[in-house]
Design a protein around this ligand. Structure first.
Ligand SMILES: NC(=O)c1ccc[n+]([C@@H]2O[C@H](COP(=O)([O-])OP(=O)(O)OC[C@H]3O[C@@H](n4cnc5c(N)ncnc54)[C@H](OP(=O)(O)O)[C@@H]3O)[C@@H](O)[C@H]2O)c1
Length: 301
């Protein structure tokens, strides 16, 4: 079995690499230095050179909210090319791939506080700042449907909830909430300033759990077109802060800066379909935060 992982130098790709470790020779990991997947010819070459049986397609042009606001056209066209090139390469390459698994962002969902069910993915416009990115990635759902129907090309799309863990982006200017908090708790002893009121609720999943589920799905047959990978539970930023105080033995002050935007109030993804397929997350939030703090201290201090 040859399983090709694109975008393997990124956050999720590195977690898959760690889980696989020395235990399997099935995996081939590539990055943009091997093949620039915005170029159709390089996409063909990658498939024809490597001849994978299956692909986990993680490659994406991704970034934080500021980058999304500043460079919307780049986020749109670069991701659209990568999705389009993927499907044309699956169709036209001499080598035929049995199955492709594609990840897209939770920001592809409509901008609502309702629980996010897979069936509701098209029921509204996504959050405007990341819409050029999320809508470009979301074309994977319709491409997957169209290429299956017309050409019997087998692909599936998964939407992970808010992923956190080792190999995350800990740069305060561009990071998501948990890596930013972890860095602040490790770097500061007296005062920690937190953007917003701490009330937003998010659905967090630990990166290793996601990696294990992606590996399970690529090896086995699971019947779905689009699937959330989520805890199905909401946790407020304030509660994440409480856990980090305990984990890091922090004794300083916490200040919520209410003049800064808090973001969408609630974002929870249904995990009903995932549980029906007997796919489960292993790590609760406290344990995952502990592992992330330890990993960060080891790798950044
Ligand atoms: N992180 C999350 O919380 C999250 C949540 C839901 C869904 N997802 C989805 O999961 C996927 C992976 O996310 P991630 O957080 O691991 O992303 P990431 O850390 O930004 O990594 C992106 C990867 O894509 C590669 N890439 C970028 N442009 C490329 C190009 N032109 N050609 C080939 N490779 C290219 C990068 O390679 P180089 O390093 O060589 O440039 C890198 O390996 C994305 O599709 C994302 O939408 C992520």
């Amino acid at each position: 079995m040859r399983i090709l992982v694109t975008g393997s130098s990124g956050f999720i790709g590195n977690n898959i690499k760690d889980i696989i470790g020395q235990s399997s020779n099935d995996f081939i990991f590539v990055t943009s230095k091997d093949y620039n997947l915005e170029l159709q010819d390089e996409f063909y070459s990658m498939i024809n050179d490597i001849k994978p049986n299956k692909i986990i397609h993680l490659a994406a042009y991704s970034g934080g909210i500021k980058a999304n606001r500043d460079f919307p056209a780049d986020f749109y066209h670069r991701n659209l090319y990568m999705i389009n090139n993927l499907f044309l390469a699956l169709l036209k390459s001499k080598h035929k791939v049995e199955k492709t698994l594609i990840t897209i962002g939770g920001c592809s969902y409509p901008d609502t506080s309702d629980i996010l069910f897979e069936d509701n993915i098209w029921n509204g416009f996504p959050q405007i700042d990341s819409a050029p990115y999320s809508l470009a990635k979301k074309t994977a759902i319709i491409a997957s449907y169209a290429f299956k129907k017309q050409y019997n090309i087998n692909s599936q799309v998964v939407i992970p909830a808010n992923v956190y863990g080792k190999y995350d982006n800990f740069d305060l200017d561009t990071s998501h909430v948990i890596p930013a908090l972890v860095k602040k708790f490790i770097d500061n002893k007296n005062i920690i300033k937190i953007w917003g009121d701490g009330n937003p609720v998010r659905d967090f999943i630990y990166s290793e759990d996601l990696a294990k589920i992606l590996i399970k799905i690529i090896y086995n047959d699971y019947n779905f077109d689009l699937l959330n990978i989520s805890s199905g539970k909401g946790v407020s930023i304030k509660n994440v802060v409480k856990s980090l105080i305990q984990i890091t033995n922090y004794n300083g002050k916490i200040e919520y800066d209410k003049s800064k935007p808090s973001g969408q109030s609630v974002k929870i993804f249904s995990n009903k379909e995932m549980l029906k397929l007997d796919l489960k997350l292993e790590t609760d939030l406290f344990e995952g935060l502990k592992k992330t703090v330890i990993w960060f201290q080891k790798n950044y201090s």
